[in-house]
Design a protein around this ligand. Sequence first.
Ligand code: PLP
Length: 462
Amino acid sequence: MMGKSKPTRMSASVARVVRKRSAAKPTRPLPALSDAEQFLLPTYKRASIVFTHGLGAYVFDSTGKKYLDFLGGIAVNALGHAHPRIVKTIRRESARAIHLSNLFHNEFQGPLARKLAEWSGLDRVFFANSGTEAVDGALKLARLCGHPTDGAAGKKPAKTRILALQNSFHGRTFGALSVTATEKYRAPFEPLVPGVEFVTFNDVADLEAKVDERVCAVILETIQGEGGIYPVSEKFWERARALATQHGALLIADEIQCGLGRTGRYFAYQKFASKPDIAVIAKPLAAGLPLGAILTNNAVAARISPGLHGTTFGGGPMICAVALEFLNIVEDQKLLENIRARGAELRAGLEELKAKFDLIKEIRGEGCMFGVELAVEGAPFVAEALKRGLLMNCTHDFTIRLLPPFLITIAQVREFLQLFEKILTETPRVVPAAEVFSSKTPLPAAMSAAATVTASRSQLTR
Ligand code: PLP
């Protein structure tokens, strides 16, 4: 079991730190909390917990409490925490050169681009600093390609329309926000980039109705992440690919959350027969350091020339060395196999829970990316998990999202499933007024008492 018991299987140095911190429990509010309260922009509702460090699939808070991390920094910590090869690379390269400039070459950017080209089947790479920035860059590339080339200039109008999907999430900067469907993220900042239209998710007929010669890009998440773990269907993907080609538009796959191994394939789109023109990646790429990338083919790359796009920080030497090490670790440790095997165990376990609990409506996803859709709000379950030493979050109110690290073990999958079952059984929950529960397991007494209590929305939801 989790909780404040002495952590198992950790290095002596981490155990020492944990013991020291457990012994010195804070009696006053931690400055980290009071300063945050006073000085940070209130962009997140956060739990009053200060996390201090992690090791493998576990993180520890300032009281020494240990948590099994199935959130992974929202799909970032694919190697868990403090992976020795990542620590070693950061130590080595930070003592050499953290930043140089994109006016010069560094030792790692080219080799990292080569490896990403090999993984993706695409040809060229641009390094950015985050997912949203990679999406904005990809949209710029689409607009650039939509402008008629010299010979046709003046004869043909520029292609400026962009098709995105309902329920999408692509980021918070203006370009990425413009192709993000969720109204509450968009509305306060309108007007956004013009020319964007949303297609009903996986609806081929709607796509066909909305595509035309003025479209320069169709952008989609191969598996929608924030939207609740919804995979694009093969039929929709292949039709989007064919229509994009037919109309001279680019197909952009946002693989920021689902790419780089999370599905047990290098890229989620590799389950389909065709490739996108552009794939954008970020989250796990530099093992927790901020790095995004735009991957594209030679035809798109031929349209770009020096000065059209750039960044100060993107692709610095240290961060690229770390990203290269991340990709090498995935290969050396055969993590794709582990992701597929553990993902199958996780799914089997979740399906068993679904058979026991009527409140589980659907399990979606694969590999190290699952959505457990509940019939009730997920926030109380996330809060209960936190109390019991399990990190996970809830997206779109009803979907518990699970993003374990790629090196998750069989034992940790079991540990999660046992914890999750307890959480499902014992969490007081809010029953929607119209909902009649017919749980196959008897409802705990606490539940009926709690049914009238309105649970506060979790700090771990967005
Ligand atoms: N695209 C997808 C699919 C994402 O999940 C996210 C972040 O959650 C983004 C884009 C934005 O990435 P970032 O937060 O690094 O800007």
